[in-house]
Design a protein around this ligand. Sequence first.
Ligand code: AMP
Length: 216
Amino acid sequence: MRRRVILLGPPGSGKGTIAARLQENFGFNHVSSGQLLRREVELDSAVGRRAKSFLDRGELVPDQTVLELMERWMDAMPPGTGFLSDGFPRTLSQARALDEWLASRGQAIDAVLFFNCPEAVMIERIAGRRVCPQCGRVYHQVTLQSRVAGRCDECGVALVQREDDTAPVVRKRFEIYSRQTEPLVAYYRAQGKLTEIDATRPLDAQMDDVMSALAK
Ligand code: AMP
């Protein structure tokens, strides 16, 4: 199975949910750059202080800061371990830096899964999205409910709505995605690594597509 995998797609395309399933069922090391950044903000670390205003506005955190954080995360993994990256890279310069960073270690990205999702669908999904502030697990008020309403299945703590999941910030995040992140689709397609997943299909059908892409 392919082990160094990138999940690409607009906010609300369901990448995080698929990533959680892959982690649970197949032991992937799931890393979400957004989750790492939110943790740094909570810790009020130097990285967190640099990132906070960008997160609040729904804008991308500068490449340098994100690369520092992600390289630290990847360096901490045991050698030869794979990863499933959700939300990183998000710009062409991050993608090129990641390729160079991996090449310097004799490694490369194995597969990129592109979750294609129209804006209207993702806005509706994000409105009902709730997350666990402790473990980052993602739920939906209608389509992916927790066992006890409003509480995380794993941690039991109260679920919250992300501050950047409000309508005006979500629209801005989608605009930024179209401008800065969508060019990565062509970048990875040209490398022959991209598989497109229809993110409007039911979760189980998407998982089947994901599994066949990763088995190739
Ligand atoms: P996410 O949880 O992936 O939706 O990310 C939440 C927020 O974190 C984004 O709106 C950005 O402000 C920031 N962020 C996450 N990943 C990146 C990245 N790779 N580059 C720049 N900013 C990022």
